[in-house]
Design a protein around this ligand. Structure first.
Ligand code: GDP
Ligand code: MG
Length: 598
């Protein structure tokens, strides 16, 4: 096809507004996915994505389409994830697109991520087509939502596309709009090759698979390609497109999207954002790269059994191959033994990695409470980055402690403003701005310590606003705060995995609540367990777990032997997630209690 008949576009939306459903309908209407292979959310390939109904990894698919004008087009649809933690994936997908379909749920309206994604699209100079979705629902309010799109985003919405991605109503009009309203790519197939790597992953059969978009030039199977930043040269062994299954092609030219394999061993051989060129005729200027993503949330992951250390390490290595945003390094804990300190973009990212480890690698894990990175300025002038509270230097060595702050933008209906403000104030937030979008919707901006929103802020926000609030955040800077380390001692031994950093004003309350919650989480043992909370070695709270002997067999004395065996097994099962510390057994839940205290 001619370059003028190519359209490269993404679908962007706030989470749950219907991106993936629309992508499914498009694949169906164009006949790309027949009834037989029809599965809900075709593009969400990972099981986990399907179960959680969220799109984690962006996917791209080539769709042949005969338009109403009688011409044949190639549409390259790039699905994007919708959650804040994955906005780095969104920006990659957008860099490979020329236009975007902005899906807005007509029963909800413009939400925080709608706006955040529009800004990313505008940063990439994309043409944006607004689409009102879910008009099959009685609660759809297209007039109000069209007005919001005009007023808040500034897109013309006088004659909007109104669809139901679920039933397929008017989805044909979406395809026509893609052809008539989005620009064709520009680029010259005869210029030196310049292609943008917008995704790459590790496949156990083919090695590294690279997704790219060609800006200029032509690439053929067998070509010697060069990666711009590293100057490394590779032979293209496989060249193809996803349509929707992998399909080999002989060559691809300016404007096209495809994948290649080139005997690359690691993802770093083809970094996302880098430029591919030909070794024989390299381009002079690369595509401007992407911002590097930085892990913001850290936690320790430990095998339940020491013998599972090596398999866990192997599993982490494999996961890292497919997710450059995830990092890990060995660490050891006096309480938990040998394990790993792992870094994540955010909490959802962390949950997903933990779930994947358990699911794909059958790993049994103990996860410690997540922590942000603190900056510790020492009296001797040194500055340390602390990603593990137990590594915090003694108070006597410290000059000051800084913590990351983020800017929160919360969209909320009028009637919940009071409870949102209250929640933000409780989280040590500083109000920056409050704007009325319309007479009934408000955008509230706060600067809040990231640690305060890290754990349950999102859930709390949802429950305080009956689910109506939406939020977006970005890390802005580090600020000096009055922070202290809170330690937990069990039978007078400090347990490093329980240490947390908290604000001084709430440290006493936090310590007391933590000790109490641990008391409830730690089962009775054969001897007394004493739990203490301490700040700078000063004990501020103390709880006891009374001794108890749990004798399961005694209960069914005289019963049949198979029942006894079952009970024993059940008891063993219950112990699996227990970590033995000295002679005390501590269940996994106890390590998470740390999060919920205070
Ligand atoms: P995404 O997070 O933007 O990818 O949203 P999904 O495509 O996963 O859709 C979220 C939920 O909305 C799912 O339960 C869909 O079935 C539902 N949904 C999507 N489009 C429509 C629609 O047009 N009408 C109705 N009634 N539900 C829809
Ligand atoms: Mg989705």
């Amino acid at each position: 096809v001619k370059i003028s008949n190519i359209r490269n576009f993404s679908i962007i939306a706030h989470i749950d507004h219907g991106k993936s459903t629309l992508a499914d309908r498009i694949l169906e209407i164009t006949g790309l996915v027949g009834d037989r292979e029809k599965k809900a959310q075709y593009l969400d390939k990972m099981d986990l994505e399907r179960e959680r109904g969220i799109t984690i990894k962006a996917q791209s698919v080539r769709i042949p389409y005969k338009a109403a004008d009688g011409e044949d087009y190639i549409l390259n649809l790039i699905d994007t994830p919708g959650h804040v933690d994955f906005s780095y994936e969104v920006s990659r997908s957008l860099a490979a697109s020329d236009g975007a379909l902005l899906v807005v749920d007509a029963t909800q309206g413009v939400e925080a991520q709608t706006l955040a994604n529009v800004f990313l699209a505008l940063d990439n100079d994309l043409e944006i087509i607004p689409i009102l979705n879910k008009i099959d629902l009685a609660s759809a309010d297209v007039d109000r939502v069209a007005r919001e799109i005009e007023e808040i985003i500034g897109l013309d919405c006088s004659d909007p596309l109104m669809i139901s991605a679920k039933t397929g109503l008017n989805v044909d009009q979406v395809l026509e709009a893609v052809v008539t309203q989005l620009p064709a790519p520009t680029g010259d197939p005869d210029k030196p090759l310049k292609a943008l790597i917008f995704d790459s992953w590790y496949d156990s059969y083919q090695g590294v698979v690279v997704l790219f978009r060609i800006l200029d030039g032509t690439i053929k199977k067998g070509d010697k390609i060069q990666i711009f930043s590293s100057k490394l040269v590779f032979d293209v062994t496989t060249l193809g497109v996803y349509s929707p299954e992998a399909m080999n092609v002989k060559s691809l030219s300016a404007g096209e999207v495809g994948f290649l394999c080139a005997s690359m061993k690691e993802l770093n051989d083809a970094p996302v954002g880098d430029t591919i060129t030909l070794a024989s005729d390299p381009v002079e200027e690369p595509f401007p790269g992407f911002q590097e993503v930085k892990a913001m949330v850290f936690c320790g992951l430990y095998p339940v059994e020491p013998s599972e250390y090596e398999p866990l390490k192997g599993a982490l290595e494999k996961l890292q191959l497919n997710d450059t945003a995830f990092s890990y390094e060995p660490e050891s804990s006096t309480a938990l033994g040998f394990g790993f300190r792992c870094g994540f973009l955010g909490l959802l990212h962390m949950e997903i990695i933990q779930e994947r480890l358990e699911r794909e690698f059958q790993a049994k894990l103990i996860a410690t409470a997540p922590s942000v990175i603190y900056q510790a300025k020492l009296i001797n002038g040194k500055v340390l980055e602390i990603d593990n509270p137990s590594k915090m230097p003694e108070a006597t060595e410290l000059e000051s402690l800084s913590e990351p702050y983020c800017r929160l933008e919360i969209h909320v209906p009028n009637e919940y403003v009071g409870s949102v403000l209250k929640l933000c104030e409780e989280k040590r937030g500083l109000q920056q701005d409050m704007r009325y979008l319309s007479s009934s919707r408000v955008i509230i901006t706060y600067e809040v310590p990231f640690a305060e929103i890290m754990y349950d802020f999102f859930d709390k926000l949802k429950s305080h606003t009956k689910g109506y609030a939406s939020l977006d955040y970005e890390i802005i800077d580090y600020r000096v705060s009055n922070l202290v380390k809170l330690d937990i001692l069990i039978n007078t031994e400090p347990v490093d995995a329980f240490s947390v950093i908290v604000h001084k004003d709430s440290a006493y309350a936090h310590g007391r609540s933590l000790a109490l919650k641990l008391k409830r989480a730690i089962p009775r043992q054969m001897f007394e367990v004493v739990i203490q909370a301490a700040i700078a070695r000063k004990i501020i709270a103390k709880e006891r777990v009374a001794p108890f002997r749990k004798n399961v067999i005694a209960k069914c004395y005289g019963g049949d032997i198979s029942r006894k065996r079952k009970l024993l097994e059940k008891q063993k099962e219950g112990k699996k997630r227990m970590k033995k510390m000295g002679n005390i057994e501590i269940p996994q839940e106890a390590f998470l209690v740390v999060l919920k205290a205070g």
